[in-house]
Structure formats: C-alpha cells, structure tokens
Ligand binder design. Structure first.
Ligand code: RBZ
Ligand code: NIO
Length: 338
C-alpha cells in the first residue's frame, strides 16, 4: 500500500492536517451519560472514557469489542554494548513465540477479543550503534514509519501498539532525554532486569548518544532517526495513522510512550486520540507520562512491553463502554432522579 509520505519532511507536514474528534457525537454521549441510572459521576473515569471514545468513533454509543493489537519487532546496534540482561537473539525468538501464541500478549489479546498482528522489521539488520552515528538512514526510518502506518486497520474500535526489541529501553531513554531534557541517568531503568553495572552502561550509552547528536536534538523526527529503532518508528507511524483515521489508541509502557512523544513534540494535539493504559515499573515511565499529560488507567508493576499493559487496559475501556452503551436511562427504567 502506498503511504502519504516519502520523506521525513512530508511526514512532518501530515500531522498538521489531522482531524478533530466529532464534537456532536461527544455532546450526545455527554447528554446520555447524564441520564444513565447512577448518581452523577459515580462511574468516575469510566464516564470520561466513554465520552472521549464517542468523539473519536463519531457515535453516541461507542464500541470496544473489536480492538486491534499490533506488535513491531526490531534489533538495535546498541545491544552489543551490554545494555540488556538478555541477548539480541531473543527478539527473533519472541517473534516466533508471538506467532505460535505463547507470549503474554497472545493471552491478553485473546482475553479482550483483540486481533493480534506481528510485524518483524529487518531483524537480521540491527540499527547502527547510535553512539557512533545515526541509528538509521532517512530511507530506513521512513520505511519503518510506513510499516507502522500500513499496519493499522482504520475500522478497528481501538488500537494498541506493542514492541519487542532487545535493547530498546535504552533507545527509548535516549529519545526521552533528547526531547524532554534532564540527565541520562534520570531516564534509564532496569529494562529486562540489568544489574547496577548494566544500568551504568545504559546511562553512559544514552549520554554518548546525546553528545554525538547534540546538533539535532531540537528536531523530533531527527531524534527518532538518530536514537530510535525500527520498531519504535513503526509505533510512531501507527499512532500517527490512527490519529489521521480517528482511531483511538491505548498507549503501553515506556518504549511505546517514547514513540508517541515524537508525535507530541511535532504537533500539539497529535496525541489527543491516546490514553495511557498503564504506568510500567520502568524508572522513567511515570515522568514520561507526566510530560505527555496522560494519567495512566492501571499501575500494576508490569515491566514487559509487547503492548501488555495497554491490552489489559482494554478491559477497563470495555467496561466503560458496556456501561455507557448498555445502561438504562432514568426514564427508561422508571427510577426516580435526585
Ligand atoms: C523473553 C522476553 C520477552 C519480552 N517481551 C518484551 N520484552 C521487553 O524487553 C525488551 C526491553 O528491555 P531491554 O532494554 O532490557 O532489552 C523489549 O524487547 C521489550 O519489549 C521482553 C524481553 C524478554 C527477555
Ligand atoms: O515499560 C515498558 O514497556 C517496558 C519495561 C521493561 C521492559 N520492556 C518494556
């Protein structure tokens, strides 16, 4: 499928044309919410979720029964620097596991009725070590953005983007540090479970990346190209496509949010269609969510990725939609008002 961009510059301009949610549908949902058989506000954030989704889906009674989960997988040159507790071969091995149904995300997707797509991006070609030069060429990052763009089903009720890529919490930390400032050690965490030496190597890698690319840190897409990875760029492309198609997105953990941050820095409002599914145990995720202005639905200490925390949050959204769309109004049920 052809994509509406062939360069980072044309991708940059796309987001300026992204559509607003349907305010009429949102207004109808707001009015309906006020008539449902419960004290006003008694369903807390579930009420906001239903009204928000009504706007993006353009209907008074939104649906959440056919969500889409897409996982992108890629390998990172910086993995050779000892920044992960696991070897890079695990990326391809987990892709096989996803395809055979054996990973956590397979179970969670099935539990919430979501379809699951797995996209492996040039696994035998890791990105370049970003401490030595840009991780990707422009052609490589544009190709990864296009893979993500094409992976989205415009008819999906909701989208979850997940990832698999040994070393990618370091890449995500570098993106966050580049776009939000602060020290490298403020953004690195234990990922798959590195010890203190591994954590110090992660901070040193991020620091070296920030120095090597100091001239380009003001440009979000250059930060993605230089410090990111193919699976991260694919998530950026998928979240952008969803924004253009008005498909609502549930964000996952630290890596997914770093991919989303690139869009937010490109265009104010680029993430209006996104909610935060959870806050992960990765050290910088809470701060990253605060920078995105997103309040996570869940806080369960997950530190897995794959889209797992977002997939779990689909259950919360489905609960919100079931109440909003299925409950009787005071008039219908003959229940007395306050
Ligand atoms: C078996 C296994 C399954 C995973 N599923 C997701 N990740 C997660 O761990 C990786 C990031 O951590 P780091 O930066 O420390 O390498 C990513 O691939 C992420 O999705 C996994 C990691 C492993 C080992
Ligand atoms: O926050 C995440 O999504 C995460 C944390 C650790 C490892 N993989 C993913």
């Amino acid at each position: 499928m052809t994509v509406p961009f062939t360069s980072l510059d044309s991708f940059r301009h796309l987001l300026a044309t992204c559509p607003a949610p349907d305010s009429a549908a949102q207004g109808l949902a707001l009015a309906r919410n006020g008539q449902l058989t419960k004290p006003p506000g008694a369903l807390g954030r579930l009420e906001d979720l239903a009204i928000w989704l009504a706007g993006w889906q353009g209907r008074e009674k939104p649906q959440a029964s056919a969500p889409q989960v897409v996982i992108f997988a890629a390998n990172h040159g910086i993995a050779a620097r000892g920044v992960s507790a696991f070897p890079p071969q695990v990326t391809a091995q987990m892709v096989a596991n996803f395809r055979h149904g054996g990973a956590a995300i397979n179970q969670l997707s099935r539990t919430f009725g979501a379809s699951l797509g797995v996209h492996a991006l040039d696994l035998d070609q890791p990105t370049a070590d970003f401490t030595q030069g840009p991780a990707m060429t422009e052609a490589e990052v544009v190709s990864a953005l296009a893979t993500g763009w094409n992976a989205v089903d415009p008819e999906a009720d909701l989208l979850v983007t997940g990832e698999m890529g040994i070393g990618n919490t370091t890449s995500a930390a570098a993106i966050a540090a580049a776009l939000l400032g602060g020290n490298a050690q403020d953004w690195v965490g234990r990922g798959t479970g590195v010890d203190d030496h591994g954590l110090a190597r992660k901070a040193e890698t991020v620091r070296a990346g920030l120095v090597a690319h100091a001239d380009a840190l003001h440009d979000p897409l250059e930060v993605l190209r230089r410090l990111g990875g193919r699976e991260i760029a694919a998530m950026t492309g998928a979240i952008a496509r969803a924004r253009m198609e008005r498909v609502a997105v549930v964000l996952d953990g630290f890596i997914c949010c770093a991919a989303a941050l690139v869009l937010q820095r490109l265009h104010e409002g680029a993430l209006d269609h996104c909610i935060a599914g959870h806050v992960s145990a990765e050290a910088g995720h809470g701060r990253l969510l605060a920078a995105l202005g997103k309040d996570p639905l869940l806080a369960l200490g997950l530190r897995l990725g794959e889209g797992s925390g977002a997939a779990l949050a689909l259950g919360v959204v489905q609960g919100a939609i079931a109440c909003h769309s299925g409950m009787a109004t005071f008039a219908e049920a003959g229940v007395s008002g306050a």
